[in-house]
Design a protein around this ligand. Structure first.
Ligand code: NAD
Length: 497
């Protein structure tokens, strides 16, 4: 069984740790590799190596840093098929979902190649006679990235290319459930010409994260994962006086108005709820059917029951398995709890399996109605192909329901009324809003944010704002030439009329 290496100092090498975690292929349930829980000494060496490499990297000319990103984007595109296969194997995602995971990451690398524009400061001449003020945007040192299992390519690529393009060093601690994609991304980054030491990849869980969060040489922490861990990371890193941003969990709603195009709304809803087995932070997990839209319940059930779970390389499969047996047990318990609380299960995927792969972590599409907001099923993030349907009498009642939910990551409305869509856009308190679009993930030149429990921190994590997170602005006020003052002289002030 292979051991996943660390990228430590300037080489890929086995960990000296005696503590390992087995990696299990989600579709087959078979163990296939082991990931080490890095020793604390290895973590310290990783941070020190990134710190040293950053000392000279920060002075490398911006066009040169941009060229590294261009070369990296080209290599990633050349390797798209192989990376897709790796993501699919690690996560069980079907090919279309795995390819999307890699591709959305490549778009961030392309964005990072615009680093010169992104790091531009501002200038004002003559704030006082002969004195100018301007701001310069500078790298800060070594950043730490902690990433979740569900997008093993895209989310690490949200972080280290931008941080490094800005002139920083980076220590990546990927999810211990999907560490191989991160290592492959790092190998390709080295191939693109990343200077040795600048990027480090270490593995581990809570103990390793806690050590890094306290490390005096880490200047900032970017985290993506669940709410409880995000809250812990936010508290711990900010108590250690780090700059910190945490993108956390979600419970995303789709409001379906009675005037929505029915086939479009149903297709979008079912795909957004069950695609990637519901393991997307932007998955739709609640449908709010307004007024007569409640007639869509039966067609929604029918469309969900037609979805086919299957292996990553099955071109006819609509969704893959859950990431782990623990994730499946947790969701099965929530489904059972929902029934006990009085929600009505119209479609139960608990017993669904794929012939020949019965040990995989399968869960078929599952649909609940008669769900009330106080139920655990509604309050907690499920993170599987489970859709809850609620009803509302009016658009305002639907908006009130969404705004009262503890999470605020994404949402959407399906309607043919411009007035309803605009009212929704204006009143909804959620980070990403879709209008007749089910999963409104913005491209990297926009910000990605979250309201309430879905985001902690004061600078937004992804895209446009990320450069502000990975840099510090310095404002300089300067009198450059003493002669200016003499040429003009103290008594030559212009008299304003
Ligand atoms: P997770 O919170 O379990 O793990 C995330 C990371 O934190 C991993 O690297 C893990 O090793 C580490 N970690 C786990 N327990 C820890 C602890 N006690 N202390 C310190 N570190 C710890 O999340 P996950 O299950 O890997 O990913 C799914 C979650 O991520 C979902 O909640 C999903 O909504 C969220 N997510 C959010 C976004 C977003 O943009 N808001 C994007 C993707 C995923």
């Amino acid at each position: 069984m292979t051991n996943v290496p660390l990228l430590l100092e300037s080489s890929f090498q086995p960990s000296a740790s005696t503590e390992y975690r087995e990696l299990v292929q989600p579709a087959t349930g078979q163990p296939y590799a082991k990931v080490p829980m890095a020793t604390l000494a290895e973590l310290d060496r990783a941070v020190e190596s990134a710190r040293q490499a950053q000392q000279s990297w920060r002075d490398v000319a911006l066009p040169e840093r941009a060229r590294l990103m261009m070369r990296y984007a080209t290599i990633l595109k050349d390797q798209l098929a192989a990376l897709t296969e790796l993501v699919a194997l690690e996560t069980g995602k079907v090919h279309a979902d795995a390819r999307g995971d890699v591709w959305r990451g490549i778009e961030v690398v392309e964005h990072a190649a615009s680093v010169a524009q992104l790091m531009m400061g501002e200038t004002v001449e003559n704030v006082a006679r002969g004195i100018d003020t301007y701001s310069i945007v500078q790298p800060m040192g070594v950043f730490l990235g902690i990433t979740p299992f569900n997008f093993p390519a895209m989310i690490p690529l949200w972080m280290f290319p931008l941080a490094i393009a800005c002139g920083n060093g980076f220590v990546l601690k990927p999810s211990e459930q999907v560490p191989q994609t991160a290592i492959r991304l790092a190998e390709l980054f080295m191939e693109a010409g990343c200077p040795p030491g600048l990027l480090q990849v270490v593995h581990g869980g809570a103990k390793q994260v806690d050590h890094l969060l306290q490390h005096p040489q880490i200047v900032g922490v970017s985290f993506v994962g669940s709410v409880p861990v995000g809250q812990h990371v936010y508290r711990t890193a900010s108590a250690a006086m780090k700059r910190v941003q945490c993108m956390a969990g979600a419970k995303n709603h789709m409001v379906v108005m009675p005037d929505a195009a029915p086939a479009q709304a149903i297709n979008a809803l079912v795909g957004a709820a069950c695609g990637a087995a519901g393991q997307r932070c932007m998955a739709i997990s609640v449908a709010v059917l307004v007024g007569q839209a409640s007639n869509l319940l039966e067609p929604i059930r029918a469309a969900m029951s037609a979805l086919k779970p299957g292996l990553w390389n099955d071109a006819h499969a609509d969704l893959g398995p859950l990431i782990s047996a623990q994730a499946k047990s947790r969701i099965l318990a929530l489904i059972e709890h929902g029934r006990q609380e009085g929600a009505r299960c119209l479609l139960d995927g608990s017993a669904v399996t794929v012939p020949g792969y019965e040990s995989g972590h399968w869960l078929g599409p599952t649909l609940f109605t008669d769900v009330r907001p106080e139920m655990r099923l509604y309050q907690e993030e499920i993170f599987g192909p489970v859709l809850l349907c609620l009803q509302a009498e009016s658009l305002d009642e639907a908006i009130e329901l969404v705004n009262a939910n503890p999470y605020g990551n994404g949402c959407s409305i399906f309607t043919s009324s411009g007035a309803s869509a605009r009212h929704f856009q204006n009143r909804i308190q959620v980070g990403q809003v879709g209008i007749n679009v089910p999963i409104p993930v913005p491209l990297p030149f926009f910000s990605f944010t979250g309201w309430r429990k879905s985001f902690y921190g004061d600078l937004h994590a992804y895209g446009k704002q990320a450069v502000r997170f990975f840099t510090e602005t310095k404002t300089v006020t300067a009198r450059w030439f003493e002669e200016d003052a003499q040429v003009i002289g103290p008594n030559t002030s212009i008299t304003l009329k």
